[in-house]
Ligand binder design. Structure first.
Ligand SMILES: Nc1ncnc2c1ncn2[C@@H]1O[C@H](COP(=O)(O)OP(=O)(O)OP(=O)(O)O)[C@@H](O)[C@H]1O
Length: 236
């Protein structure tokens, strides 16, 4: 583990949708260059954790600090400008815009974002489709475009919500290779993933969530020893 202290640190994070209390004090840390995966059944608050870190949920309390800066009272664009990018589960591709247009839409927030040429090197299939509208893209292409769009902004940390959901095994494999490449390049990744076998290929650590908080935390090397607990908590 990195001795320099975590890059992203979350303490006692609470979040509400109206009167409904969704997060009950989430604690987690991510070090620079780490890939950390949130596991848990549907509805335990994994997506809400990502949204609350980003500042997409208005009613939140607790501490979210990133590179030593407290983000909890700051709005979404400050979080993005600090270098955190978010790829939501629904991907958010503009269906009437082309691949190129979708890529160019978000503002560049840090100077070392990837250029379009570099992005197309990493995602050759997107290059072939660069003039296709979002509606014509497959689920896998949409997912890759959603990730590519965040890389262009210069975010150094990405929050990824179930990037493999609904995708064919061969595309899941491709997404796995892509995330491994981003990790090699030093990106810090917080991943929500139901498929822990997939996640184990890139994750350094796991957090297991239940009822809006973290139940346990373990390194990837402990995955096999944790199978009993995972079966109980995830019902798999
Ligand atoms: N927009 C919303 N309005 C009201 N309640 C919501 C909203 N989004 C989520 N919730 C509730 O908040 C709780 C946490 O949901 P969340 O989506 O974070 O869970 P999750 O672990 O990501 O599950 P999933 O994999 O199904 O997305 C659930 O009880 C859910 O019903």
């Amino acid at each position: 583990m990195n001795s320099a202290g975590p890059l992203l640190s979350v303490r006692g994070l609470n979040a509400w949708y109206g009167e409904s209390h969704a997060l009950h004090g989430v604690d987690l840390d991510i070090h620079q260059g780490e890939t950390v995966t949130l596991l848990g059944r549907n509805g335990v608050g994994k997506t809400t954790t990502l949204r609350a870190i980003m500042g997409l949920i208005r009613k939140r309390t607790g501490q979210v600090s990133f590179a030593g800066k407290d983000l909890i009272r700051l709005p979404l664009h400050h979080t993005a400008r600090a270098g955190i990018g978010y790829v939501p589960e629904e991907r958010g591709i503009f269906s009437t815009l082309t691949v190129d247009e979708n890529l160019m839409l978000p503002p560049v927030v840090a100077k070392d974002g990837m250029g379009v040429d570099e992005i197309f090197e990493l995602f050759p299939n997107l290059k072939e489709r660069r003039n296709s509208p979002g509606t014509k893209l497959s689920g896998g292409e949409q997912q890759m475009l959603a990730i590519a769009r965040i890389l262009r902004t210069g975010a150094s940390t990405i929050l990824l919500d179930e990037p493999t959901e609904g995708l064919a095994p061969v595309i899941v494999q491709r997404i796995g290779e892509l995330l491994a490449e981003l990790k090699r390049r030093g990106m810090t990744i917080l991943l929500v993933e139901q498929n822990f076998r997939f996640a184990s290929r890139i994750a350094d650590r796991f957090y297991l969530m239940e009822h809006g908080k973290v139940l346990s935390e373990f390194p990837v090397g402990d995955l096999d020893n944790r199978m009993g607990e995972l079966h109980d908590v995830l019902g798999v």
